[in-house]
Design a protein around this ligand. Sequence first.
Ligand code: GDP
Ligand code: MG
Length: 177
Amino acid sequence: STVLDDECDYLFKTVLIGDSAVGKSNLLSRFAKDEFHIDSKPTIGVEFAYRNVKIGDKVAKAQIWDTAGQERFRAITSSYYRGALGAILVYDITRRGTFENLKKWLHELREYGNRDMVIVLVGNKSDLVDSREVDVEDGQSLAQQENLCFMETSAKENLNVEDAFLQMITKVFKIAS
Ligand code: GDP
Ligand code: MG
């Protein structure tokens, strides 16, 4: 763990991963800036955002990396994962295919990421109840199988977004500090 500056006791890298258009960038903008964007521009992603989180009497600074749309071409490079201690793995509850692809993303995370990386599985777009293609139980049972934390979120309605990130950051903090 790295002592950084006066405001922050620990800095660590975390990543967002999952299929294109599942809502990764909007989850990040919701968490980091409390913003949501109806039309997103996948090729103009920010590289990463920061947020300070107070844990006990310490302050952890989470650096959260977002893709710039490379996942569309399955062209995420190993440097994206390098050094990451936590990950939010996202699927879209309204598109079954994004759930089926989770195994591939998990494989990549485990191949390139830190050995004991904290992974939180997130089923996003929970506000779109009428278009649901993945039951909440499917998310839960995959999470149990793969030993991940799990929750459904809505970046749009700001449901569980804070919880998902804080759960990951707190767990990483406990391991890394
Ligand atoms: P990314 O490619 O994974 O980064 O996905 P984006 O964040 O760019 O989102 C893709 C699309 O899904 C955009 O049109 C967003 O407005 C929309 N979106 C993201 N999150 C939600 C959500 O929680 N609910 C709904 N209804 N739409 C969402
Ligand atoms: Mg994006």
